[in-house]
Design a protein around this ligand. Structure first.
Ligand code: PMM
Length: 283
């Protein structure tokens, strides 16, 4: 990926949500110092990047205003970057992305893929930083109503292609674009599982793939089984690591996770298996 280090395996992006209401860890890292400490702990646990966000995107979430988002995000980005962490900023606002890049962020992760703020694509193009184009169908407040597909994999690939083309038409270097299926965004559990089952179809887009399954509802549904109730988000980390192993085997560029250690181990094991496969193929 142009503009970032080349890892020889799937990278691990640790999540730092500086929000009082994020669905899986909301409130815990709301204070700047705690958020910075959490980010550094994630790096110590094996995170290759840390993704700092100040606005919850959980289903039904309302938006925070820009001043509040800046207040939450910028000091955390600045301190983590100064401490040597590779920081990504999770925002739908060009002004937040711009200030975060100035504070040291090296990647812009926009869950709207540039769709929410018309100034985002030109800003990222001018800054020359890598950009995540995620699949979404609109804001969190009513996205569950848009989880209607005849062919979820085909439609997500086609809609991501549109986002990719919009970003390139807006001046972003295609070599700096990452695509992401947006698990849980306008998707039900069946849709998310189908996308994970067919990650290879997303690779047809020809761009590195980011997979963000961590603690999401679909894992809760799987763990609940028929008629059971889903375990709380924090009890979905082993399930998350299972998806990490699968994503790494499917050639994902990175996974975005809350609990880093298990996924950091999983990507290393997947890499070792891949190396053994090459050796075995040569025998
Ligand atoms: N999911 C969330 C937030 N940011 N970014 C990308 N690229 N992909 C995602 O699927 C994604 C994201 C919501 O999860 P959280 O509230 O646990 O951070």
């Amino acid at each position: 990926m142009a503009g970032l280090p080349e890892w020889d395996r799937c990278a691990v992006m640790g999540v730092v949500n500086v929000t009082p209401d994020s669905f899986s860890d909301g409130g815990k890292w709301f204070d700047t110092d705690l958020a910075v400490k959490h980010g550094l702990d994630l790096v110590a646990a094996g995170a290759d990047l840390v993704d700092v966000g100040g606005e919850s995107t959980r289903p039904g979430a309302a938006r925070v205003d820009e001043a509040e988002e800046l207040r939450r995000v910028i000091p955390v980005v600045r301190e983590l970057a100064a401490a040597g962490a590779l920081v990504s900023v999770d925002t739908m606002r060009a002004a937040v992305a711009e200030r975060a890049v100035a504070a040291g962020a090296r990647l812009v992760n926009d869950v709207s893929g540039g769709g929410a703020d018309p100034a985002m694509v030109p800003m990222v193009a001018a800054a020359g930083v890598p950009f995540v184009v995620m699949h979404w169908r609109g804001r969190s407040i009513d996205m569950d109503n848009r989880a209607v597909y005849a062919d979820v994999v085909g439609e997500v690939v086609a809609e991501l292609r549109v986002g990719l083309e919009r970003a390139v038409a807006g001046g972003i270097d295609p070599e700096r674009i990452v695509v992401d299926p947006g698990l849980g965004f306008a998707k039900d559990a069946g849709h998310d599982l189908a996308l994970v089952a067919r990650l290879s179809a997303l690779r047809e887009l020809g761009r590195p793939l980011l997979v963000a399954a961590s603690r999401k509802r679909f894992l809760g549904r799987v763990l609940a089984g028929d008629g059971g109730s889903p375990p709380p988000a924090r009890e979905r980390d082993a399930a998350t690591a299972a998806v990490t192993a699968i994503a790494a085997r499917e050639g994902a560029w990175a996974v975005r996770v809350h609990e880093v250690r298990a996924s950091a181990d999983a990507v290393r094991v997947a890499r070792a298996i891949e190396a053994a496969e090459t050796t075995a193929g040569a025998l």
